[in-house]
Design a protein around this ligand. Structure first.
Ligand SMILES: [Zn+2]
Length: 505
């Protein structure tokens, strides 16, 4: 009997041991490990769409970071070291140290907290701040460290009689460590023993006398070069007791015309992002009929009524937004003039409307493009076809589109590409939703080098609303009810994009 009890107990014990590892696993199943400064902590995570989401509040608490949540506006601000990052639920735009940045994923809101994929958070910190975060999916571990830098940020603010350059430092430098040198309109600040991540510092917002920053790290020092807009009358290095930061004041003889304090600058920036003017560009017109399709249906005759309907819809749903048309009647407008109209009116979004055609009459569906020097293989025909409008233009006008200009204009556009891409995704999504009822299908978001989008200094897209060469779609495109659907779907996209950009601020 005794022996049996012993065996039973042993079995129980063995079972207990056998169970132990899996129970540890069960505990760890929804727990993410955070390693920071040689310490470990655990926070819960949610697995969704193959992404590991964590709560920003849990993240802040485990890392001892400051945070503030506005439940009403569904925003959380994180204070990590000297970086301030504002997240908004259901919005892929964030504000990092007062600059708008897009992340690849929309965080969601759950029980008063913002949840974000840990990978997105890690990439954001590593790419944009002095913090280095690395996430290991297998062991669900987030390693938090700091890059080997002691110069973490540069802030420039314009004052009435000059400009203040504030260099954030974690090491107390003295005047002996710093050499100032001016060559033409460049002011060089050489910091011996300074370490910086050039890719982060080069991204800083410029203001006042500084029009450009170049950061070059060397083995023993870092060189910060500031390009100056005006001649300076004096410059001075200033240290504040108790702070390792470096301040450099630049003074001009005459006061700056644009007085622009830090808060004013922020306000300006917000205003700058506000989508107050939208430019609608119905393609072709006049002597350029665009694509000709089933029963001689002309592209120019579809895109104009859709543009006019879209403009009305915008007026109704966004009464504060000004709508500018590149054409409101059946007239010919050269391509270069279309973006010129958009730029001159300080447009914040540019939407070019078109219809597609194909020799194969079975081909159908709608697609949204954003401008890019690269093109998708299948986009080639569409790009060629839309760029053909140039052949209707005078030979002097045609010279505007020479190769070199195109490359330059595309590069200038780069700042807007990610916004254009996002806008294209949003519009294509709402078109997909609204056109399901008339059995028109999505061909996706694509990219290509379109002349009409070159030179626009704002996010812009080109929508191919369907194929005039396809019998079914030609009939649909001619219908007023389908045209209304197209306009209302594009308007949905505009409203979503505008809300996302503006609510992130
Ligand atoms: Zn077209």
């Amino acid at each position: 009997m005794i022996r049996r009890i012993f065996i039973e107990r042993l079995t129980t014990l063995l079972t207990a041991i056998a169970v132990a590892p899996s129970s540890v696993l069960a505990y760890g199943k929804n727990q993410l490990r955070i390693r920071k400064d040689g310490r470990e902590s655990f926070i819960p995570y949610i697995e969704k769409d193959k992404q590991i989401y964590i709560s920003l509040v849990d993240f802040a608490q485990s890392g001892n970071y400051g945070f503030f949540t506005n439940e009403e506006r569904r925003k959380t601000v994180l204070y990590v070291g000297r970086d301030k990052i504002k997240f908004t639920a259901d919005n892929s735009f964030i504000v990092l140290n007062n600059q708008l940045v897009q992340i690849l994923w929309e965080p969601f809101w759950k029980e008063g907290e913002i949840w974000l994929p840990v990978q997105v958070l890690a990439d954001l910190f590593t790419e944009q701040t002095v913090h280095a975060m690395q996430f290991d999916m297998k062991t669900k571990t987030l390693n938090i460290g700091t890059k080997n830098v002691n110069i973490s940020q540069i802030q420039i603010s314009a004052k009435e009689n000059g400009t203040l350059i504030h260099i954030f430092s974690s090491r107390a430098f003295t005047k002996k460590d710093i050499a100032l040198k001016q060559v033409h309109d460049w002011l060089y600040v050489e910091i011996y023993g300074g370490k910086a991540d050039a890719s982060i510092l080069n991204k800083k917002h410029l203001s006042g006398l500084v029009s450009e920053i170049q950061v070059v790290p060397f083995a023993q020092s870092v060189s910060l070069a500031f390009k100056l807009r005006k001649k300076i009358s004096s410059r001075q290095l200033v240290f504040q007791p108790g702070s390792p930061d470096i301040y450099l004041t630049l003074r001009t003889e005459e006061p700056l015309t644009q007085q622009d304090s830090e808060t004013k600058r922020l306000e300006e920036q917000k205003k700058d992002w506000r989508i107050h003017t939208i430019v609608l560009d119905p393609g072709h017109g006049g002597k350029d009929p665009g694509a000709i399709g089933y029963r001689k249906l002309r592209e120019k005759d579809i895109v104009l009524p859709v543009a006019l309907k879209l403009g009305k819809e915008i007026n109704k749903r966004l009464p504060d937004v000004k709508v500018i048309y590149t054409r409101k009647t059946d007239v010919f407008i050269p391509l270069w003039k279309r973006t010129k109209i958009a730029n001159e009116n300080n447009g914040k979004l540019f939407i070019s409307l078109h219809c597609n055609a194909n020799r194969n009459k079975k081909v159908r569906g709608f697609e949204t493009y954003f401008l890019s020097a690269e093109k998708d293989a299948k986009a080639r025909n569409v790009v060629l076809k839309e760029n053909e409008s140039v052949s209707f233009e005078s030979s002097t006008d045609q010279k505007r589109y020479q190769g070199v200009n195109f490359v330059l204009a595309t590069l200038a556009q780069n700042a807007f590409i990610k916004y254009s891409q996002y806008f294209a995704t949003v519009v294509q999504k709402s078109l997909t939703n609204k056109l399901r009822s008339v059995d028109m299908k999505s061909r996706g978001v694509k990219q290509g080098p379109f002349w009409v989008m070159v030179g626009a200094t704002m996010p812009n897209i080109l929508v191919e609303m369907g194929f005039v060469s396809n019998k079914y779609e030609a009939k649909q495109l001619k219908r007023k009810s389908t045209q209304t659907k197209l306009a209302s779907a594009i308007c949905d996209g505009i409203v979503k994009y505008k809300t996302d950009i503006e609510s992130a601020m």
